[in-house]
Design a protein around this ligand. Sequence first.
Ligand code: PGA
Length: 220
Amino acid sequence: MGKPLIIGNWKANKTLTQAKEWAGELAQKWSPKEATVEVILAPAFIHLAFLRDFFADKNLPVKLCAQDLSSYTEGAYTGEISAKMLSRLADYVIIGHSERRNYFQENEEILKQKVERAQEAGLSPIYCVFESGLSVPDGVEIIAYEPLFAVGTGQPDTPQNASTVAGEIKKRYNVRIIYGGSVKQENARDFLEQQNIGGLLIGGASLSASEFVNIIQNAV
Ligand code: PGA
């Protein structure tokens, strides 16, 4: 399956100044020589270019992920960020997060279009589902299982149940399944030890550089 993916999702947090401070602290505290995990960061769009240059400059193996993209290719869609704009800035894009489904009314048709836009631009979708019964568009290679009760609540799923659900999803789609929902430095390893869990999507705990470094250095 390859190294576990550890993905930090900043959501709508951090000014550019705060993003720079976080990156500086990461560079100071993390010695990635023997990294046993693949580290991915999903900041706001406006921080992608700075972080890409910063990580390249410091020789830090952090890949970047967009938190969203437009379902349109390009054109007269005020406020949208197209897949093409992101293709030099990120390798991955989160699609189908429960916050996008709930607060922005993104339905399965829109999500399918977003996956297609991502694939056309060479971005790899990290497709979120909040239960095993949800459908996943063709060609998705990473699925994040994020139960609603666990996202941002401090009430994670149990590692055993998360692995059972990940197993059900895997049976259907046979791709890498990661877990998200109240992952912290205290429980990260318990999830990664589960057979069906190939990585973590981390919201709140990724906002602290020192906690994120603890997770990536002690995860496996
Ligand atoms: P959380 O968020 O770690 O703050 O629960 C996870 C996510 O929404 O991806």
